[in-house]
Design a protein around this ligand. Structure first.
Ligand code: HMG
Length: 386
């Protein structure tokens, strides 16, 4: 029986920073960020769009009352949790009205967490094909103002409903994975911002990609021939291209590269407009490919390359299902991006530095949807604005 992604939705906060404007302000050639890094816009999260609110909004965009009655698990992948103990998933379970006899929990392994969640969800549904699992990736990528990583920040959430007989992407049981204990990017408990060895991290990412593809080929010599496109974890949109070039340098067939590169711009468009959303980044790239690439056909097979610093990488294989295109609302996706308000650098810095505080005065919602209303007695309280 086929198991996989039946629905996929996303949410980005209502603010963005234009990368050219920010680069100019920082005294950097804008081409370095738009061409060298490959980013146009960076999503900026106001306090009201924290990781919980973003997760709830992404999931609310895809779920029907019937879905909510058949979801047995809410799994959230994140590295921006709001609590060391209580999971984001428990908030979202309540906010969305998922049936109560379900479990809800959070997974952490840098940007890889939601991929582990997706695989757990598939395994669960394989044994119980009448049930569903909600998997959400939600994160705010923060390196700090005027830092080396600033151009690779972002914020957003992607939600996926995993079911039997999925209407978008059936996921193969077999995947290819690799763990390699390293300090390329990490965030100690005391630190508000990620610590990163930037150049080492990009090298390690490329090495992991090549290692996984070589391992996959060893097990299944014709696997890569069968992949029409590969979607990548994209901390910035140049990263996947760098990985493909590293694979080429390792002796990859030219035919694979030209085929995969022919889909690359479409598969990175949304990421270019949003920035790094950590756990959701690869799934945003998948959504981007599905929405922007008119050449995709039912039955084609895709590779999904997930990378989480520290480091864990996995190549998942999926197959596009009959009618998949009808499950993706391209106009709504683009309208969701277009609704955003551009910030000046001054406002971006103010929003970036603002901190949630305990106060009686509730925050005002900036738009319709779920938002953080207030924090009382160290408890986050959310509301829904019509
Ligand atoms: P940097 O030192 O600012 O930039 O660091 P650079 O000097 O490496 O230049 C970047 C590119 O711009 C280069 O291209 C330059 O040639 C080019 P490349 O050689 O790489 O192809 N360039 C220009 N192009 C056009 N016009 C110009 C120009 N000037 C230079 N005028 C870095 C960049 C990404 C390292 C930094 O932003 C950073 O540290 N970011 C955070 C870490 C990161 O994103 N690492 C990616 C791999 S790790 C990962 O993916 C996991 C992660 O998502 C976290 C998790 O798992 O949780 C981060």
């Amino acid at each position: 029986m086929k198991i996989g992604i039946d629905k996929i939705g996303f949410y980005v906060p209502s603010y963005y920073m234009d990368m050219r404007e920010l680069a100019t302000y920082r005294g950097i050639d804008p081409n370095k960020w738009t061409i060298g890094i490959g980013q146009e816009k960076m999503a900026v999260a106001p306090l009201t769009s924290d990781v919980v609110a973003m997760a709830a909004n992404a999931a609310a965009s895809i779920l029907t009352p019937e879905d909510k009655a058949s979801i047995d698990q809410v799994i959230v992948g994140t590295e921006s949790g709001v609590d060391f103990s209580k999971s984001i998933a428990t908030f979202v379970h309540e906010m969305l009205g998922i049936q109560p006899f379900a479990k809800a929990f959070e997974i952490k392994q840098a940007c890889y967490g939601a991929t582990a969640g997706l695989q757990m969800a598939c395994d669960y549904v394989r044994l119980r094909p009448e049930r569903k699992v909600l998997v959400i990736a939600t994160d705010i990528a923060r390196y700090g103002l005027n830092t080396g990583g600033e151009a690779t920040q972002g914020a957003g959430a992607v939600a996926m409903l995993v079911s039997a007989m999925p209407r978008i992407l059936a996921i193969d049981e077999k995947s290819y994975m690799h763990t390699n204990h390293q300090f390329d990017f990490w965030r100690p408990n005391h630190s508000e911002y990620a610590l990163v060895d930037g150049q080492f991290s990009t090298k390690l990412y490329q090495d992991e990609f090549v290692t996984i593809l070589e391992e996959a080929t060893r097990h299944h010599p014709t696997l890569l021939d069968s992949l029409e496109a590969i979607v990548f974890h994209l901390p910035f949109t140049k990263m996947g291209r760098k990985a493909l070039l590293a694979y080429e340098a390792s002796g990859a067939p030219e035919s694979h590269l030209s085929r995969w590169l022919s889909h690359y711009d479409q598969a990175s468009y949304l990421n270019r407009m949003v920035g790094n959303i950590y756990t959701g980044s690869m799934f945003l790239s998948l959504l981007s490919l599905l929405a922007m690439d008119d050449s995709l056909q039912e039955g084609q097979r895709l590779g999904l390359f997930s990378y989480g610093s520290g480091a864990v990488a996995e190549l998942i294989i999926g197959q596009l299902q009959p009618g998949f295109a009808a499950m993706i609302d391209k106009a709504a996706i683009l309208a969701h991006l277009e609704r955003r308000e551009a910030l000046t650098v001054e406002r971006y810095e103010t929003v970036f530095l603002s901190k949630v505080c305990e106060e009686d005065t509730p925050y005002q919602a900036l738009e319709s949807g779920y938002y953080l209303k207030k924090v009382v007695n160290h408890q986050r309280i959310y509301d829904y604005q019509q």
